[in-house]
Design a protein around this ligand. Structure first.
Ligand code: ADE
Length: 313
């Protein structure tokens, strides 16, 4: 049932004490190689703990821990494998939380992840209510660029929401939580991924779920663009566009595209949101068109990852 049992075998560069040269060595890594700290996140079937390596200068990691028996009982093993495969494919990206390696013991699976020390966007939205136009521009530009990275790699996230957007040490965003992702296979003749693949799906998070999923139970890459539209709205309005007392009522609002801009909502962002929160997925803006929208006219998508972010406010 569980592949590669036990500790992880990883390649490390270790200084030879006599010659001073770096040598590649295979070392074993497991629970004894970390000191565990407090909980920094939780999911429906996992917990994330801060951990320090007992090697490499006490380096901090975020370790996601999943209970094997719970996964089996809840029939969620598939999600763990999906997350691992997605993170392996995305490991070259700076816009995604890196997975360094995984290991397991008798009871649990462990994903050793990059630690993002500045919290998640949900906490930011809770703390600040809404964001300034400048912050909204900078952070939404990073979010759409990161979503583009996923799509180019053939991964549809399907549960993009503020909670899954973390801030790294430079306060730049990193996407996380790929358990419900859709991993596309390469179209061997064209050499890229067919993003139009439609996939039968589960429901992500009520406030960010796209109408096609509710109406026709399918999603393609456009569901991530819908969720982006919801988050963009939320950054200015301080609340997601489709929100009601319970999930059922929220779904009804999504299906009817029933939302209202708050007073003072800037016209240029209103225009962009209107082109994203569209019922027909094929009529929603494509990422290239989002990036060239007037709202981003003074944003350079190649330098936003290098410059200092505007202060959050
Ligand atoms: N919460 C969940 N995953 C995390 C991570 N990689 N870094 C910081 N906080 C997290």
């Amino acid at each position: 049932e569980w592949a590669e049992k036990g500790a992880a075998k990883i390649m490390k560069e270790i200084k030879n004490k006599e010659t001073g040269e770096l040598e590649k060595k295979i070392v074993s890594r497991g629970i004894k190689d970390f000191k565990f700290g407090h909980e920094i996140g939780d999911g429906s079937f996992s917990r994330v703990l801060l951990a320090r390596s007992v090697h490499d200068n006490n380096e901090k990691y975020a370790i996601k821990i999943l209970s094997k028996s719970y996964l089996v009982k809840q029939n969620k093993v598939k999600y763990v494998n999906v997350e691992k495969m997605a993170l392996q494919r995305l490991s070259n990206l700076d816009t995604v939380v890196k997975m360094f390696f995984t290991f397991q013991d008798q009871n649990s699976l462990y994903f050793v992840l990059e630690y993002a020390p500045n919290g998640d966007f949900l906490s930011i939205m809770k703390e600040y209510g809404s964001l300034s136009e400048e912050c909204t521009k900078y952070y939404s530009a990073q979010i759409i660029d990161a979503i583009n990275d996923l799509h180019v790699s053939g991964i549809i996230h399907r549960d993009i929401k503020p909670e899954n957007i973390l801030l790294d040490q430079h306060k730049r965003i990193k996407l996380t939580d790929f358990g419900t992702a859709n991993i596309l296979e390469k179209n061997e003749t064209k050499g890229n991924y067919d993003l139009l693949t439609r996939s039968k799906s589960f429901v992500g998070t009520a406030e960010y779920v796209s109408p096609e999923l509710l109406n026709d139970s399918y999603t393609d890459y456009k569901c991530d663009i819908w969720a982006f539209g919801c988050i963009l709205f939320q950054m200015i309005a301080g609340k997601p566009p489709f929100k009601a007392a319970n999930e059922y009522l929220t779904f009804q609002k999504v299906q009817k595209i029933q939302y209202a801009f708050t007073a003072g909502f800037p016209a240029v962002i209103r225009d962009l949101v209107k082109r994203l929160l569209i019922k027909q997925p094929e009529q929603r803006l494509e990422i290239v068109d989002i990036k060239s929208h007037l709202f981003y006219k003074d944003i350079s998508f190649s330098t936003i990852w290098k410059e200092t972010p505007p202060p959050i406010k």
